[in-house]
Design a protein around this ligand. Structure first.
Ligand SMILES: C/C=C(\C)C(=O)SCCNC(=O)CCNC(=O)[C@H](O)C(C)(C)COP(=O)(O)OP(=O)(O)OC[C@H]1O[C@@H](n2cnc3c(N)ncnc32)[C@H](O)[C@@H]1OP(=O)(O)O
Length: 735
């Protein structure tokens, strides 16, 4: 885990713990022992600490947080103290990742040489903890309170250049960082390096503490539903005190965080995200045993609201991207929109000017379908009309090379229109596609495992977190969270007069956005399209019924019939959203939805008109209003989605609870500090949720989302831990 190598009078401690050299117990012990050995050896004059696997250290081994191997070794605090107290100078040779505990190791050394491409960060905050191995005390002393209050509470990644500008590293090299560190070591041998012991310093800007702390509170306020950002600020502020006092505060805060449920959930989310790439198909094909061809070029066919967002994902990954539309103007518009997205990235310094031009150079207009004949994948962004899609994909099937994969949400209908059903797969991006990291990949009954492998790998290449699901009806993430949205609409229809009450309940829980704000952002039309499609599949025409009502002389009677038709036929549908869309409210896009929006300010404004429309609607529909408790709002919005999550598992649409959690976290802004909708079920207790689901099922028999999932029932009754839910779902479907 740590190799000790001596060359002349310099000892090197090589950290070797692939893939990212995390600081597992053996590594900590290895560094500690290595420093002791070098200090005891009179022939050693300086020590270099470096990483094998072309990386320094990406921090603690997160798996050990919840899963100690029982190996008693030194703590990271002991390691950092051992490094700083070394009687011989220690030089860190840093490259690739220098994160968390790795950065704490680096700043406890006496000198730091970094490769110019190194990425530095204190990502602890994202795991619900703080840099508690002296990081909050040493980092501001080495750099400044200002920089530490920027870096530690945000967890943001910073470059070697920024590290150098803020005194976090002493030298940057373009190549061969280890050799540079060895050379540097030879220049400091026998020199006094006492002033380089970081803990002995004071932060250079303690007189600015008040202002800097206030600024940090404002900057991080959006994340204050999580404890860690606040605690990070408090811990860094304590660096203005004498070192030992500050350290006590750091330890106290670190302990509180470490034992919090939030830290547990955030660490769960870290691994859940990574687990989605380990996909598996029912036939035994999986990410390990199946290779897919690399996707080096794509064509986006058609254009809509999301096209430029999708295009930029491919451009950033340097994948040749053809945009194919029948009009020159549509193609141009996609180019302009993509350029604007990249220009914004550049303005916000997420990419350099050079990268901006390189990425744009991967964009190509395709005026004729022949130009896209050789692409590796075609992505469907055509209008929702299936006949148009089938027609175009039939033509593309004749033109494109046999290995071209077709990505569409209408898998079966496109597969049957082409001679390559094995090469047809679903890809669903979430809006805005250039920001949202979730990619839902859907396989159909005929999709080949190699096609799945190719598209899952493509997802990784374009930096998406791809979740593989089987194709049934519509987008699985929408199904999962949509049932909760329907509940919100029903409760509004049934008596809540202020949409903010429901939205606040969800936002207090930690959702990025309340249910009605989400409807507005997604757009009324998109919401109603789902409803329209669901009803169409059952042979009902939503708009025809509505027209019948409008044309009617006896409006009340027909409205009631209309309502009764949908409500008491078999199930109830969230028709109030449809009502608003018919009135011309499109959501955030045109400024009118469940809230109002102005062109200057896209923040939702409470709209009293909704209450008036609601009252009329209830009157026409003959709805008897009632009151709702906060608990009912909470349970109906969330437990309905939990129940749906269990159904998605038992129907084998998703493979494991982690996949469902990732969909809720990355597609719908579910609070990360709760871990995801299934982790929420585990924390809340499945028995409690099952009891509520059964209660609502009795109360609302016209809402099928409350039919209890069999898997939930079994898990609740037998009190089965979450780690077995996927396995049980598997065995259930075989029955
Ligand atoms: C107390 C707390 C202390 C002292 C801390 O240090 S807390 C901070 C711990 N470190 C981090 O939070 C960094 C986490 N890692 C990352 O952000 C990324 O992995 C990376 C930027 C370092 C690399 O990204 P990438 O190249 O995309 O690779 P993956 O994210 O896919 O990771 C590859 C595999 O390594 C596993 N991994 C990564 N970091 C850790 C870790 N710190 N502990 C344990 N395992 C880690 C990750 O799960 C991947 O494993 P597989 O899924 O392939 O099995």
């Amino acid at each position: 885990m740590v190799d000790y190598v001596q060359e002349n009078n310099i000892a090197t401690l090589w950290v070797n713990n692939p893939p990212v050299n995390s600081l597992s117990s053996n590594v900590r012990q290895g560094i500690y022992d290595g420093i002791a050995r070098a200090n005891d050896d009179p022939t050693v004059k300086a020590i270099v600490i470096a990483g094998r696997n072309r990386t320094f250290i990406a921090g603690a081994d997160i798996k050990e947080f919840s899963n100690s191997d029982g190996n008693i070794s030194v703590s990271l605090v002991e390691v950092t103290d051992q490094l700083e107290n070394s009687s011989k100078p220690v030089i860190a040779a840093i490259e690739n990742f220098c994160m968390g505990g790795g950065l704490e190791v680096a700043i406890s050394c006496h000198y730091r040489i970094a490769h110019h491409k190194t990425r530095f960060a204190f990502p602890e905050v994202n795991l619900g903890i703080l840099p508690g191995a002296t990081g909050t005390q040493r980092f501001p002393r080495l750099t400044s309170l200002r920089f530490a209050l920027d870096i530690i509470p945000s967890g943001r990644v910073f470059s070697a250049e920024e590290a150098f500008d803020n005194s976090a590293v002493d030298k940057i090299v373009d190549d061969k960082v280890y050799e540079a560190a060895l050379n540097f070591a030879s220049t400091v041998i026998d020199k006094d390096f006492n002033s380089r012991r970081t803990s002995k310093r004071s932060p250079p800007d303690t007189d600015l503490l008040g202002d800097l702390v206030s600024k940090a509170y404002v900057t991080n306020s959006k994340r204050f539903k999580e404890l860690a950002p606040k605690y990070c600020i408090k811990a860094v502020a304590a660096a203005a005190k004498p070192y030992d006092q500050g350290l006590l505060i750091e330890r106290d805060l670190a302990f509180q965080l470490f034992t919090s449920g939030q830290a547990n959930a955030l660490q769960y989310a870290f691994f859940a995200e990574r687990s989605t790439s380990k996909w598996e198909l029912p036939g035994g094909f999986n990410w390990k045993n199946t290779n897919g061809r690399p996707i080096n070029s794509v064509a986006i066919v058609g254009s809509g609201k999301m096209t430029a967002g999708i295009v930029t994902c491919f451009l950033r990954a340097k994948i040749r991207t053809f945009v194919f539309n029948t009009t020159e103007m549509a193609n141009r518009q996609v180019f302009i929109n993509s350029m604007n997205i990249l220009a914004n990235d550049r303005k916000k310094r997420r990419i350099t000017a050079e990268e901006y031009y390189i990425y744009l150079s991967y964009f190509t207009y395709a005026k004729s379908p022949k130009i896209i004949a050789k692409v590796d994948a075609v992505i469907d962004d055509l209008p929702q009309d299936v006949n148009i899609k089938r027609d175009i994909f039939q033509k593309l099937d004749r033109i494109c090379k046999p290995s071209t994969i077709f990505c569409t949400m209408e898998i079966e209908k496109i597969a049957s229109a082409t001679k390559r059903p094995k090469m047809v797969i679903g890809t669903h991006f979430f809006a805005p596609a250039n920001v949202m990291r979730l990619l839902e990949v859907e396989y159909g009954p005929e999709t080949a495992p190699r096609t799945v492998a190719a598209i899952m790998n493509m997802g990784k290449k374009i930096r998406k977190v791809s979740v593989l699901v089987s194709n049934r009806t519509g987008v699985v993430a929408n199904r999962l969270m949509g049932v909760g949205t329907d509940q919100a609409v029903f409760m509004l229809e049934d008596g809540i007069n202020d949409q903010r009450l429901i939205d606040n309940c969800m936002e207090d829980f930690g959702m990025a956005m309340g249910k009605f704000k989400t409807i507005d952002i997604i757009g009324m039309d998109a919401n109603v399209d789902v409803l329209r499609k669901t009803l169409n599949e059952q042979g009902y025409d939503l708009d025809e019924n509505r027209n019948m009502v409008r044309k009617s002389l006896n409006n009340f009677l027909h409205s009631y019939t209309y309502y009764a038709f949908f409500k008491y036929g078999s199930r109830r549908y969230p028709l109030f959203t449809y009502e608003l869309s018919v009135l011309g409210k499109k959501g955030e896009r045109n400024g009118y939805g469940y809230y109002r929006y102005t062109t200057e300010n896209r923040q939702p404004i409470y709209d009293e008109e909704i209450v008036e429309i609601l009252k009329n609607y209830r009157k026409r529909m003959g709805i008897q209003t009632r009151t709702f408790t906060y608990q009912e709002i909470f349970e109906r919005c969330l437990y309905s989605s939990v129940n749906e999550g269990f159904k998605i598992l038992e129907e084998k649409i998703a493979h494991k609870p982690q996949d469902i959690d990732v969909m809720s976290l990355m597609g719908y802004g579910f609070p990360r500090q709760v871990g995801g909708i299934m982790k929420f079920a585990e924390t809340t207790g499945t028995e409690r949720i099952y009891e509520a689901v059964c209660r609502y099922n009795k109360l609302y028999p016209d809402q099928p989302c409350w039919r209890p999932s069999k898997l939930l029932e079994r898990v609740a009754k037998e009190n089965i831990p979450m780690k077995y839910w996927g396995q049980i779902a598997n065995s259930m479907s075989k029955l």
